[in-house]
Design a binder for this molecule. Structure first.
Ligand code: HEC
Ligand code: HEC
Ligand code: HEC
Length: 425
């Protein structure tokens, strides 16, 4: 709380100061623009550098945020919902007018490291430049080469819809002062090269903490909290450090499989926002995924959390009928569809979390339709079950499968998630 108050006071002071300076006609709000360069010729780039850039773009998940549903790759226009309004991602194809085709590499580097556009305007941190700021120059060079050799797409970005005062880009000067501290990541000589590579990727390009770390009300991440859990698009992003709620300890190999394929037989499937991450990581360099797995495994607790077993008293007959009649077709022992390839529900982290959020999200929305047949699929039940039934099934799983104390206000959470979910078009 003290931290929050300090931030508020600091911010108010900054806003005041900036407003005064602006009145004085000062132009400190905008850094001087970088003169656009003519679009670099594609053949100027070494194909090896372009290939490396492709793998790095997969680690940075650029396409997931910079591609609108059904739209051209990297042409932008995806709506990102923030507590302050809607921000649309930019077109980062090399189109000279609508994209970044006229950007020099210096302009690109400044956007990635400082969150400043070519004309000196501040970019919103919905674009995770606070993580990208720690990237090595060689990796930025490769990303630039990759982006500049894509097919240009002429497509303008829709205007952002942000509440006042957040629509004033110059206020981000204050945000950057508070939260942009791009200290270089120094190698730890006592750790393996893979561990060091993994930490570097996690804390920079892969921006895992953008979802897996807590954020304050100004959406800044507090680095001291580490990967102790956060929120993303209405889902909980579980802790990946010693606070991990996973009922079974994650090993390096299991993490590597999960990150590459989105499912791991002893844990579960990436169902929510994590699915876009694992889909993208699938195209990353195997060494880089391995390095990330090595680093994350080193943060995990020595043993899974211990809980005194909970013996449920309530029978929950409706939920039992649904679970044994509907869910067991896939989740039951020897279920024909599951083919015993999918993890048992007992292994699910979602059932262990402090909040029922992810369990309800999975129940309501299922797993996204697979791209290939071997991928897991689960239908969403939001249109089939009532809110009361969804709440009872979630509580049933918590009590009878995870053997944990009941969640509170489960029905309220179902209502909340239904209200958050945009109606199907
Ligand atoms: C979490 C979503 C997200 C991810 C991941 C992401 N971006 Fe963005 N990016 C955005 C948003 C949103 C904006 C627009 C910000 C604004 O309007 O101020 C943006 C803006 C940019 C810009 C500025 C473009 C301009 O015209 O001003 C560049 C360059 C960029 N991103 C490159 C990348 C690259 C390269 C990657 C992958 C390494 C990446 N982004 C990953 C969300 C994302
Ligand atoms: C068509 C098959 C199918 C049906 C029917 C189905 N599921 Fe699933 N479900 C899956 C698959 C596949 C997964 C992903 C693999 C896994 O985690 O077991 C999954 C995942 C889950 C998870 C998340 C596990 C994790 O990864 O953390 C929960 C919770 C869940 N299902 C509950 C239910 C409930 C409750 C029902 C019934 C209302 C149900 N499922 C019906 C196939 C199905
Ligand atoms: C866009 C937000 C986002 C980003 C970025 C992200 N994650 Fe996740 N992650 C989630 C969410 C949300 C879940 C849980 C629900 C789900 O399946 O989507 C999750 C689940 C996980 C899990 C499963 C944990 C468990 O115990 O079940 C692992 C492991 C994981 N993420 C690792 C990573 C790593 C490593 C990175 C960086 C390379 C990363 N995540 C980046 C949002 C994100």
């Amino acid at each position: 709380m003290a931290f929050k108050r300090t931030v508020i006071i600091l911010l108010m002071a900054l806003i005041g100061l900036l407003a005064l300076l602006r009145l004085a006609g000062n132009i400190v709000f905008a850094d001087p623009g970088i003169t656009p360069a003519s679009a670099p010729q594609a053949h100027r780039f070494d194909p090896k550098l372009v290939a490396r850039g492709r793998e790095l773009a997969a680690v940075g998940n650029c396409a997931a945020c910079h591609t609108a549903p059904g739209g051209a790759a990297l042409a932008g226009g995806l709506a990102l919902h923030t507590p302050f309004g809607v921000i649309y991602s930019d077109n980062i194809t090399p189109d000279p007018k609508d994209g970044i085709g006229s950007w020099s590499e210096a302009a690109f580097d400044r956007a990635m490291r400082e969150g400043i556009g070519p004309d000196g305007e501040h970019l919103y941190p919905a674009f995770p430049y606070d993580y990208f700021a720690r990237m090595k120059q060689g990796d930025l060079d490769a990303l630039y080469a990759y982006l500049m050799t894509r097919t240009p797409v002429a497509q303008k970005k829709p205007p952002n819809h942000l509440d006042f005062p957040f629509n004033l880009r110059f206020l981000l000067t204050g945000w950057n002062l508070l939260f942009l501290s791009p200290s270089a990541i120094h190698a730890d000589p006592n750790r393996s090269p893979a561990w060091n590579r993994g930490r570097y990727l996690v804390e920079s390009l892969a921006h895992c903490g953008a979802c897996h770390s807590p954020r304050n009300w100004l959406q800044g991440t507090d680095a001291s909290e580490g990967l102790s859990g956060g929120v993303a698009e209405g889902w909980t992003a579980p802790a990946l450090n010693h606070q991990s709620p996973a009922p079974i300890l994650w090993t390096e190999d299991e993490l590597e499989t999960y990150l590459r394929t989105g499912i791991e037989a002893h844990h579960g499937a990436a169902a929510g926002p994590m699915r876009a991450v694992t889909n993208s990581l699938n195209a990353a360099a195997p060494d880089d995924i391995h390095a990330i797995a090595v680093y994350i495994a080193s943060l995990m607790p020595a043993a899974p959390p211990a809980h005194s077993p909970y013996a449920p008293t309530a029978k929950m007959a409706t939920a039992a009928a649904i679970v044994h009649g509907v869910c067991a077709n896939c989740h039951g022992l020897n279920a024909p569809i599951a083919d015993n390839r999918w993890p048992p529900l007992e292994a699910s982290t979602a059932l262990q979390e402090r909040s029922a959020r992810n369990t309800i999200q999975i129940l309501m929305n299922g797993l996204p339709l697979p791209n290939i047949r071997s991928e897991p699929f689960m239908p969403g039940f939001s249109q089939i079950l009532t809110d009361a039934q969804i709440a009872e099934v979630a509580s049933y799983l918590r009590a009878h499968v995870a053997h944990r104390r009941p969640w509170r206000e489960v029905k309220e959470m179902v209502h909340r998630i239904r209200a958050e979910t945009p109606a199907a078009p």
